[in-house]
Design a protein around this ligand. Structure first.
Ligand code: WT7
Length: 569
């Protein structure tokens, strides 16, 4: 709460897309945005059209749409290039049976093919299901199995993590490379593109409520849930791209997230392309030099990343920073986890810019609470609701609490980008709502100016480096290990990653704890689920704290132990 007393940081004067927040908040209606889209005139809806083809039709075909950088490799695509390539790819997908409503999983590294595959699938009215490139076998299997995905676009490396024999629904697998890289029953896209004539106007016209994409996300219980968004989300995504990302004609925009995370899709593809921005895509892993050099090389003006990334850059010190000219940057944003005031101070001291925190969730489909470039930032606050959005801090019964009190962060339902459904789980979908409020699962405090201060989660969900990790998923994997009898998993506070995954385990009889055994257990989770889900710490206990009646593991108690240890330091 001490954060509430930090001094506000005033905006720098400039021509921003939303200069008068308070006035617009009073009068704004989402209906006003609809006239920005071609479907407002034509009645023909498709996100891919609004992102790409429309700009070509309006004379921007030669503008750079995508600038890819990976080490020394660079590739540049104009809007016309993307239009042609996605039309051609769509023709191939169509030939192999992809049609409206089919789920097309896309399991590719962060590179042009991933972005082309997303747009091509959406052109056909299919539901794009991007998977994070670090997912391992079980994580991939759970997702494809849950929604019975029929199609997959992958490459010869990542496809090795797709257990096809366990996925009867998965009929067709495309590989982005040549036939020499394909195994039996895999279709080479290079070959198929040679064989299939490019098709113009591959677009399937849809309704605003037709499905657009599916992102799996974790909660504190059960396996990840499939959050489905509809084409209608573009109204909200376009508008936040304009107001919050503040995109203008000459901007070069870089979102560092992979499309497998909702940020990488919504603010890595849709919002910037709806606003006709040039997007930067960087391949390869995080590394301060390559990140700074990407900014310099491509002339990034607007940059959207996450607190852990900023903290890692901060930890690298000024040596890396000083080698590069980052003067192109004009607007920096953050999302996914609490942005600590020290990071904001670092941004001002080293980059000479404020970092603008934003808040939203996979389920909300777009930003809801933000810091605008034209408004004061209160360090420690996620900002205020955008026009069109009403927030409140609620008690357990869904009744708004006075300012200054901690409660559940609720959003007045509904808004254009909100999830359309949770895949085949109406009960779960309904469980988000109470008294007409969407309950986020976050705890928050509101101040007298309407600024929202994040206070943690009301459940056991873990947020490590901005990645949402369900403890249940990790616990289930741990107890599959031959030596593990019981497991309780929590997020342990960490200065760089926000939280790290920490597991408490009870070993089966006959096993004794050793560094080797614990490393073996950690690798077991890493190789089956994903690196970010693997516990960075494992502690062996004789027994786990449990509820007396139902015998459920008390994660809260495990968490309390860690929090006390950190505070005692
Ligand atoms: C959860 C949602 C779609 C955004 C990326 C994460 C946490 C998100 C912030 C923020 C503190 C934040 C919340 C939220 N979170 N933004 N600015 N400050 N916490 O999406 O994976 O669906 O996770 O991330 O706890 O509920 P997600």
């Amino acid at each position: 709460m001490s954060d509430l007393h930090l001094k506000p940081i005033q905006p720098v004067d400039g021509a921003y897309n939303l200069p008068n927040y308070k006035a617009v908040y009073q009068e704004f209606s989402w209906n006003d945005v609809e006239k920005e889209f071609s479907w407002h005139q034509t009645g023909k809806v498709n996100m891919a059209y609004e992102c790409i083809d429309r700009h070509v039709a309006e004379g921007y075909g030669d503008k750079i749409a995508l600038h890819y950088v990976n080490g020394d490799e660079e590739q540049v695509f104009t809007f016309k290039d993307i239009q042609e390539k996605t039309d051609h790819l769509a023709a191939v997908l169509k030939k192999y049976g992809v049609k409206k409503g089919d789920i097309v999983f896309i399991f590719l590294p962060k590179g042009p093919e991933c972005y082309l595959a997303m747009i091509a699938a959406i052109k056909l009215g299919a539901v794009a299901g991007p998977l994070f490139e670090a997912f391992m076998e079980e994580a991939v299997k759970d997702r494809i199995m849950d929604c019975e995905g029929r199609f997959l676009i992958s490459d010869s490396e990542l496809v090795k993590r797709v257990p096809r024999h366990e996925l009867p629904s998965l009929e067709t697998v495309f590989i982005t490379e040549g036939p020499d890289k394909c195994r039996e029953n895999e279709i080479s896209l290079i070959k198929a593109l040679e064989e299939v004539e490019p098709e113009k106007n591959s677009i399937e016209w849809l309704e605003l409520d037709d499905r657009l994409n599916i992102h799996y996300t974790s909660g504190s219980t059960g396996k990840p849930k499939g959050i489905v968004h509809a084409h209608r989300a573009m109204i909200h995504q376009y508008q936040t791209g304009k107001w919050v990302l503040d995109i203008k004609e000459d901007d070069v925009y870089w979102c560092t997230a992979h499309p497998g995370w909702v940020t990488g899709t919504v603010y890595g593809i849709f919002a910037p392309w709806l606003n006709r921005a040039t997007i930067v895509v960087n391949g390869g892993r995080f590394n301060a030099d390559s990140w700074y050099s990407t900014i310099e090389k491509t002339g990034v003006t607007v940059w959207y990343s996450a607190p852990t990334a900023f903290r890692m850059l901060k930890a690298e010190g000024n040596e890396a920073l000083e080698k590069y000219n980052l003067s192109s940057l004009r607007h920096i944003l953050s999302v996914g986890e609490p942005l600590n005031p020290e990071v904001i101070v670092w941004g001002i001291e080293t980059l000479g810019k404020r970092i603008h925190d934003t808040w939203w969730m996979t389920e909300t489909g777009a930003q809801l609470i933000v810091n605008l470039p034209s408004e004061a930032i209160k360090p420690g606050s996620m900002g205020r609701p955008i026009p069109g959005i009403e927030v409140a801090v609620l008690d357990d019964n869904g009744i708004p609490l006075p300012n200054g009190q901690i409660g559940h962060l609720g959003i007045k339902a509904s808004w254009p980008a909100i999830m359309r459904e949770v895949w085949k789980n109406e009960e779960k979908y309904q469980s988000y709502f109470i008294n007409g409020w969407y309950i986020s699962g976050d705890l928050a405090v509101l101040d007298e100016d309407g600024y929202v201060f994040f206070q943690g989660r009301s459940d056991d969900m873990i947020n490590s480096s901005g990645e949402r990790i369900g403890p249940f998923e990790v616990e289930s994997k741990l107890i599959e290990h031959e030596a593990v009898a019981e497991a309780g998993v929590i997020g342990k506070p960490d200065p760089v990653r926000g939280e790290i995954v920490k597991a408490f385990i009870v070993l089966k009889k006959g096993y004794t704890p050793s560094a080797d055994l614990l490393e073996n257990i950690r690798m077991f989770v890493k190789q089956k689920l994903a690196a970010h889900s693997a516990p960075r710490e494992i502690e062996v206990l004789d027994e786990l704290p449990k509820t007396k009646i139902s015998g459920k593991i008390l994660r809260r108690e495990l968490k309390a132990r860690e929090t006390v240890k950190v505070e005692a330091r």
